[in-house]
Design a protein around this ligand. Sequence first.
Ligand SMILES: *[C@@H]1O[C@H](CO)[C@@H](O)[C@H](O)[C@H]1NC(C)=O
Ligand SMILES: *[C@@H]1O[C@H](CO)[C@@H](O)[C@H](O)[C@H]1NC(C)=O
Length: 224
Amino acid sequence: MLVQSLAALLLPALLSTAFPVDVAGDGDVHAEINTLGYLKCTATTSSGKSKVIGYVSRALNSYGEYIGVSPSNNKDDVAARMLVSIDLSLAENGTAQSLLVKNAPKNNYPFLGGIGGQEGSSIGSDGDYLLVGGTRETATGAKPSYCGNTFTDARNILRKCSSAIWLFNTTSGLVTPQWVNDDGTAVVANIGYTQGAFVFTGDKKTFEDTWNQDVDWITLSLDN
Ligand SMILES: *[C@@H]1O[C@H](CO)[C@@H](O)[C@H](O)[C@H]1NC(C)=O
Ligand SMILES: *[C@@H]1O[C@H](CO)[C@@H](O)[C@H](O)[C@H]1NC(C)=O
């Protein structure tokens, strides 16, 4: 615990450099080193260009889903952004991890997680989707469970969830959701931004066709 709190004090200064972080300067990235950052949303336009459309916000909508914030229409967007903590040692060895939201509005559900949608808690080749909100912590590789989440809290509707779903590439800075379905299979999820909130789905085209939604398909990257 002491090591972690010292790290928390020292890290903002140490981690102003790019990844990977070699704190001791000896070529090793040491265990239990966390980095903090915002989650930047980059969309690919129909012409194939990449465009930063904003950040994941620290605010929830009335469904308990995290919303987005765009610098182009909110001058105070930095204060509105979600700040997450990523464990670099887990990232280095390719382990899916839970992202702690440092400025979460609901401290009972402090992790950024996936929450079952209307059709359930598995995604694949159909149009099924998951919501993105605050959850309690789950174990890496675990199937979705009634772990407690902000959607259930807001709507009083039971939904399964998982938090340990995030892969972080220390070279590219990309933060990618890897969802474990109810049958235990892992799926790299597409992230859609639609109606101001985020969804995870297995197939972009089928999602759009099924729900007739206008969607920005985005990637998340750590901005620190
Ligand atoms: C990754 O690192 C974590 C923490 O050091 C450890 O618990 C886990 O077993 C490692 N996983 C792999 C696949 O090396
Ligand atoms: C991480 O990103 C780099 C640079 O884009 C890429 O070359 C590499 O394959 C990625 N690693 C993984 C495990 O996806």
